[in-house]
Write a protein that binds this ligand. Structure first.
Ligand code: AMP
Length: 419
């Protein structure tokens, strides 16, 4: 497999798929430019080699072409500033003018294409309302044909292809996966960000140092079932935290008061407990909770055993005994995966559990463990508590990371590694 550090981009045009889907405010001002910064090492390496770049990304969910609310033109000045070159802009990712702009690129120059998703061909999902499935299937067939042309055109701009958009690696879209087949294996590769993500997932899921502990938090079991099931075949310890605690507690006969609970998932919780036993996984559940008499930061609080929550009260975080139990397991681990907070960390009075998990992960990491944090809210926790530099890797890809942990093959990764 080709790798970006070995490749010499001198005199070559490179199509780089990035994830510049940055948040904008109502005046189209970027509110967080981390995604642009994350792609800089790749883009700078290509330019430093003496190559030129065609930068392609999606932004938001446009419904038509053009849908100027989602124009990438808004981010052009920041891309130029961060990259340190005057990046050119193509008002359309298709068309003769764009082809000419790409063809005219000189070494060291960069061109940003307009939002790929202005075209339905990027995602391959037909737009509009359909009276029935037949109509929809017919539209899909037509779109599949034009998607080929679309993908071919994107590929025609460049000599080589780099995918640095881990955030969309779980999508089999034109620019994230289909395009790769137009380049031979020496001329397609992961970008540096993507490479780091792939290695981090591999360290956790494949080349695992043991013991391996996963901490699954967040609000609901239902959104994490497939991940938990896959993890039960891989981990030594599975810590269940956050709102899903109470579905397990209730299933085991405990009293949970008004705590969040999925009553239709009680059987599933018991099945997961059995599965853990069968797989000799140490399933670690909370033993105490910080409870509140309202879903509010200012509510009255107390600590109780997790299965003894009085009516009118709800568990909004783990208690001190649980913090100690979780911490001891984490600190004895060599591989750690954290997804989801232990409580309602958005309320300052219910951050202690998530913070203690974060601190334990940092300590384990100092002692040589590999720790991967991923999934929107745990990343927010790591940032909120200033722990970013203390963990081994914080993933940039929410959905993509979760699918990788579920054990799925990500099309964006397969397309480069080989079909
Ligand atoms: P998820 O998106 O599933 O990872 O869930 C993250 C959300 O779960 C955060 O917004 C937390 O506030 C919420 N959460 C965590 N623990 C609890 C709890 N005990 N009760 C209600 N919500 C919770």
């Amino acid at each position: 497999m080709q790798t970006i550090d070995k490749f010499n981009f001198a005199g070559k045009k490179t199509f780089v798929r990035v994830d510049f889907n940055v948040p904008l405010d109502e005046n189209s001002v970027i509110t967080d430019d981390n995604r642009i910064r994350a792609a800089l090492p790749t883009l700078k390496k290509i330019l430093a080699d003496g190559g030129s770049i065609i930068i392609a990304s999606h932004m938001g969910r446009p419904k038509k072409n053009p849908d100027l609310k989602y124009s990438l033109k808004a981010i052009l000045p920041r891309v130029s500033e961060l990259l340190g070159v005057d990046v050119k802009f193509a008002n359309d990712c298709m068309g003769e003018e764009t082809a000419a702009l790409a063809a005219g690129l000189k070494p060291g120059e960069a061109l940003l294409l307009e939002n790929l998703r202005f075209y339905a061909e990027e995602e391959g999902k037909p737009r509009g309302e359909f009276a029935n499935d037949d109509e929809k299937n017919a539209a899909k067939k037509v779109l599949n044909e034009s998607q080929k042309k679309f993908t071919e055109t994107l590929a025609s701009y460049a000599d080589c292809y780099v995918n640095d958009a881990f955030g969309t690696a779980h999508r089999a879209h034109a620019s994230t996966a289909l395009i790769a087949k137009y380049f031979d294996e020496n001329n397609k590769m992961f970008g540096m960000l993507m490479e780091k993500e792939v290695i981090a997932v591999q360290k956790v899921m494949t080349d695992t140092a043991r013991p391996f502990t996963a901490i699954m938090g967040g609000s609901k079991v239902s959104s994490k079932i497939e991940i938990i099931e896959n993890l039960l075949t891989k981990v030594d310890n599975l810590i269940i935290a956050g709102g899903m605690t109470y579905t397990f507690t209730k299933a085991l006969g405990g009293k949970i008061g008004n705590s969040i609970c999925e009553n239709d998932k009680l059987d599933l919780a018991l099945e997961l407990i059995e599965k853990a036993k069968a797989n000799k996984v140490n399933l670690v559940l909370a033993v105490d909770a910080k409870i509140a008499d309202a879903f509010s930061n200012d509510a009255n609080t107390q600590f109780v055993a997790v299965g003894e929550i009085p009516d009118g009260w709800e568990g909004l975080d783990i208690g001190p005994e649980t913090e100690k139990i979780f911490g001891d397991v984490i600190k004895a681990s060599k591989t750690i995966l954290w997804n989801g907070p232990t409580g309602v960390f958005e309320f300052d009075n219910f951050t202690s559990g998530s913070r203690s998990v974060g601190d334990a992960i940092v300590e384990a990491t100092k002692n040589g463990a590999f720790s991967l944090v991923g999934g929107g809210d745990s990343v927010a926790c790591v940032n909120k508590f200033g722990l970013y530099d203390g963990v081994s890797y914080v993933s940039t890809g929410g959905g993509a990371l979760l699918e990788a942990i579920e054990g799925r093959i990500l099309p964006g990764i397969e397309a480069i590694r080989g079909y």
